[in-house]
Design a protein around this ligand. Sequence first.
Ligand SMILES: Cc1ncc(COP(=O)(O)O)c(C=O)c1O
Length: 468
Amino acid sequence: MAAQPTTRPTPTLARSRQLEMYRRACKTMPGGTDSNFRAWGEDTIYVDRGKGGRVWDIDGNEYIDLRMGYGPVILGHGDDRVDDYVNERMRRGVSFSLTSEDEVEALELVKELNPWVGKARMTVSGTEATMHAMRVARAYTGRTKIVKFEGQYHGVHDYALISVAPNNVADLGDEDNPVGLAWGRGIPEEIASTIIPARYNNIDRLRALFERQGRDIAAVIVEPVLGNAAGILPQPGFHKAMRALTEEFGILLIFDEVKTGFRFARGGAAEFFGITPDIATYAKAMGNGYPAAAFGGREEVMSVLPDKVSHGGTYAGNRIAAAAARKTLQILRDTDALETIHATGLRVQAGLKEKIDAKGLPFHFTGHPAMFSVMFTDTVATEYRDWANTDHELYDAVAVGMHARGAMPEPDSREPWFMCEAHAQGDIVDKVVTIFGESLDRALELRAQRRELPHQDDATWGKSPSSH
Ligand SMILES: Cc1ncc(COP(=O)(O)O)c(C=O)c1O
């Protein structure tokens, strides 16, 4: 008699229309997509629609969405409150290169929720927000260099793409002397050399760096948690010590709140960790998926605008983005959406913990219940280099298995799961936990049989780095 299988085999997703679309798209778009991060080879997903916490691809496969567009969709897809308001406003015209009340109100809300912000301006993307924040910091201090931490992602401009997330952490150089690793070609050496890579959670090394080069350093830019490296958390006291150190050396502190803003708390990670930076960048949750973004800072720092620093953009503060930000921020301010999201994240985590504990695997949650990752490891990761020592192959296999069973986290262990308000509805939490459990069972079974674990074809992530 055949032994009872311990797990059901991984279901197969319908893929015929997506494969056809992939082949068609590849004739026009490099990798068949508009972003390297979405280029998953023949597994590239072509979306049809989303509603609430769910998303459907063009083959009709339904998933509980745990990517939420890499974080922006904080309320849920197609949120009627936001969409109705945006629809009403867009009929008045979307692009004038003139300023609307929606923009003023949206940025007043940014200030209200982040009371330390004196002035702010809208941009269209997080990339632009960090680019302008760096320029403002350079203009204000009259210094050139910017410190960024290994494993942190601040968008796709040249100053941001240094020491981001190589697959091989050895590419980051010696632990005592990290190299500036440009992500891909085309970034001039002269620009890359203005960015100094540093190791997160290591205040002694930061002090030593400031003592050596502090007079040239305009700012430290930091994702308050490593939001693009599994949400690795600051050690107790790290942010406070970094704040004190930057003040001591006259260096500005830029909180890149593109992922954490309006998510960790209404006042973002600055409120959550009790830190007052000098400048912050916002995007993602600010507009529930519409392309709203901003940078803001202390009154004195922002006073370099408009006379001394260039900032503009045809679409900066466009009607759609401004209306979406106005409505989304009002909802986050006036309702208990964030409390619901946090509670839902905790429920999911409790369910996952049960499943993992049942297998006796060492693991940690990183990040925040609204944006968290599972790291299979028995030591707590404190910086990007530690990610390499986690069992990320197991994680990736579980994530791929989840897609086939109807839930969609990013199939890369470095990207956190994002919770939205709509995930609290119906049986979503229970389903996610069940799907995770089945996928974990299957991945462990494959490993026990010494078979190759499934993983996503990551066409570009971490490939072709060149160091400076
Ligand atoms: C922390 C952080 N900063 C900046 C960016 C860039 O934002 P955008 O993709 O809107 O350009 C991202 C995007 O994921 C991010 O996570």
